[in-house]
Design a protein around this ligand. Structure first.
Ligand SMILES: O=C(O)CCC(=O)C(=O)O
Ligand SMILES: [Fe+2]
Length: 199
C-alpha cells in the first residue's frame, strides 16, 4: 500500500492527510458497493421559510442508540454494514480511537456540494476527532479560519482512497466546505466517522 502522510501545519488545527490509505483495488470495489448498498436519502432544509433539497444525498450509520442531531433534524443511524465495518476498523488503527457513527455524503455531480460549516455539535464533545474517507472523483476540501482573515484559505484535494484526520481545536477555529464546480466531473462518496457522546 502506498500510504503517504501529509501534516497540515495550520494555527489552531491539527489536520493530517493520508493518500492511498485504501489501495486502488479496495477503493474501486468499496465505491461501487457503497453507491449500491447504502440507504441514500434526500434531506431537505428550511431556509427563510422555504424548503430546499440539500445538494447531495446523505446517510447515517452507526451504533444504533447514538442519535445525532444535525441541521436541526434528529437522526437515527442505520446499523453498520460489512463495508463500513471494514473501513472503520482500518481507520481506527491509525486514529487510535473507536468511532460510534458515520455520516455519508454522495456528491452526484459538480453541482452537488456542502456549504461552509463546522462540525461542532455538542454531541461530539469539546475537541472532536473526525476521520474523513473519500472515494470516487477528487474534490477540494476547503478550510477557512473563522476569525483570522490574514490566513489564506487552504484547499486539500481529497482523492480516491484518501483519509483525512481532523483533531483538537480544528472544528472550533476552521470552517470547511466542498464547493460546487462547473466542470463535468464524476461522482464522489465521502464518509465522516465521528464519536457521539450521548447514551
Ligand atoms: O465531503 C466532504 O469531504 C466533507 C463532508 C463534511 O464536511 C461533513 O459531512 O460534515
Ligand atoms: Fe463537515
Amino acid at each position: 500500500m502506498n500510504n503517504s502522510k501529509t501534516i497540515y501545519d495550520l494555527p489552531d488545527a491539527e489536520i493530517s492527510l493520508f493518500n492511498s490509505f485504501f489501495s486502488k483495488e479496495e477503493s474501486d470495489s468499496l465505491y461501487i458497493s457503497l453507491a449500491e448498498n447504502i440507504n441514500w436519502q434526500q434531506d431537505q432544509i428550511k431556509f427563510f421559510g422555504k424548503i430546499y433539497d440539500v445538494p447531495r444525498l446523505t446517510a447515517l450509520y452507526g451504533n444504533t442508540h447514538k442519535t445525532y442531531k444535525y441541521s436541526g433534524i434528529l437522526m437515527q443511524p442505520h446499523p453498520w454494514n460489512e463495508d463500513l465495518l471494514f473501513i472503520k476498523k482500518r481507520i481506527e488503527k491509525e486514529a487510535k480511537v473507536e468511532f460510534s457513527t458515520c455520516l455519508l455524503n454522495y456528491y452526484r455531480t459538480g453541482n452537488d456540494s456542502n456549504s461552509w460549516h463546522q462540525d461542532n455539535e455538542k454531541e461530539l464533545g469539546r475537541n472532536p476527532i473526525i476521520a474523513s474517507v473519500s472515494f470516487g472523483e477528487t474534490r477540494p476540501f476547503q478550510l477557512k479560519h473563522i476569525e483570522r482573515n490574514d490566513l489564506k484559505r487552504v484547499d486539500i484535494p481529497l482523492s480516491h482512497g484518501s483519509m483525512l484526520l481532523m483533531k483538537d481545536s480544528t472544528q472550533h477555529f476552521w470552517k470547511h466546505r466542498i464547493p460546487k464546480t462547473k466542470k463535468d466531473i464524476g461522482s464522489r462518496i465521502n464518509l465522516t466517522f465521528r464519536i457521539i457522546k450521548n447514551e
